[in-house]
Design a protein around this ligand. Structure first.
Ligand code: 13P
Ligand code: SF4
Length: 304
């Protein structure tokens, strides 16, 4: 079969190039299937920092490949689709963040990894959805600036006694999930639990039995005694959820939970990137060094 040949070709090219294929949990099923490692933003950053491969093929969106380039400067980082961006990351720029910092002198900036390298470079510490509460609570300060996700910011603020200055950024994919849709599903499936990503609107998070990162969801769903679970995050997560839990039923909370950027990368794109060794994502040193400091501070915080 055509797809099998393509997968085999990719595996051969990966070994010829001494390359590792990292894929986010939202990628297309067939991309997750051939990846060396799938994970959430935190897991993939950790792997990108410690791999001894010469080349990292990053199947995700642009900011993720940038983080890999920041953390592993000696390696080539390929992003098979350079047009795979993140609209939330584009909602904050370094200039605008510097202007906000000037309004609040001395207040540390906690930046969600869904942001550009330039924004990370003017931040104090990064976080992902998996460790945001821990990162914020690790700071001695009473006030913090949280960018760019206002929904994740509010999720963390509810679990912290600090005062937050929010940025008005959001994920258009998660924001499409409305509380009314969740309520309707819950009444149709009274025996189901509901788990969602903290990028969802606070009105949706308020309805959830649990809110966590994508990899956190794998663990929570695996451990949960529930046989039916409503999922409030991007559809790509269903691939591994169904594979790992054949005895459970997963209901996507809305058909609108599809991130067009996460769906761009095809097997052909990965093969072509490995053949041409392009497109490369790199970060200029004057941005990479301070951005790495913000990521390193985050990575120094122990995982649960
Ligand atoms: P996590 O996989 O880190 O939970 O992130 C979700 C996301 O939206 C990445 O773009
Ligand atoms: Fe960005 Fe949302 Fe897509 Fe993640 S799911 S890449 S936050 S737009």
């Amino acid at each position: 079969m055509m797809e099998d040949r393509l997968k085999q070709q990719i595996r051969e090219l990966l070994s010829e190039r001494n390359a590792v294929l990292l894929a986010h949990n939202y990628m297309r099923d067939e991309v997750q299937e051939i990846a060396d490692l799938t994970g959430d933003s935190l897991g993939l950053s950790i792997e990108a920092a410690r791999t001894d491969a010469d080349v990292i093929v990053f199947c995700g969106v642009h900011f993720m490949a940038e983080s890999a380039a920041i953390l592993s400067p000696g390696k080539k980082v390929l992003l098979p689709r350079l047009d795979a961006g993140c609209p939330m990351a584009d909602m904050v720029t370094a200039d605008k963040l510097v202007a906000l910092k000037a309004e609040h002198p001395g207040v540390p900036v906690v930046t969600y990894v869904n942001s550009s390298a330039a924004v990370k470079a003017v931040s104090d510490i990064c976080c992902t959805s998996a460790n945001a509460v821990k990162v914020v609570n690790s700071l001695p300060d009473k006030e913090i600036i949280f960018v760019p996700d206002r929904n994740l910011g509010k999720f963390v603020a509810a679990r912290s006694d600090k005062n937050f200055y929010y940025w008005d950024g959001y994920c258009p994919t998660h924001e499409r999930l409305r509380p009314e849709a969740v309520q309707k599903l819950k009444s149709e499936h009274p025996d189901a639990l509901f788990v969602c990503h903290p990028e969802c609107n606070p009105a949706v998070v308020a309805l959830a039995d649990h809110a966590c990162s994508t990899s956190g969801m794998y663990e929570w769903c695996r451990k949960s005694p529930a046989k039916k679970i409503i999922i409030g995050t991007e559809a790509g997560i269903l691939y591994k959820l169904k594979q790992d839990n054949p005895d459970k039923e997963f209901i996507l909370a809305s058909p609108a939970l599809v991130c067009p950027n996460m769906k761009l990368t095809s097997l052909e794109d990965i093969r072509d990137a490995l053949l041409s060794m392009k497109p490369i994502v790199s970060v200029p040193e004057e941005i990479r060094v301070p951005a790495k400091q913000a990521l390193d501070r985050m990575l120094a915080i122990p995982r649960d």
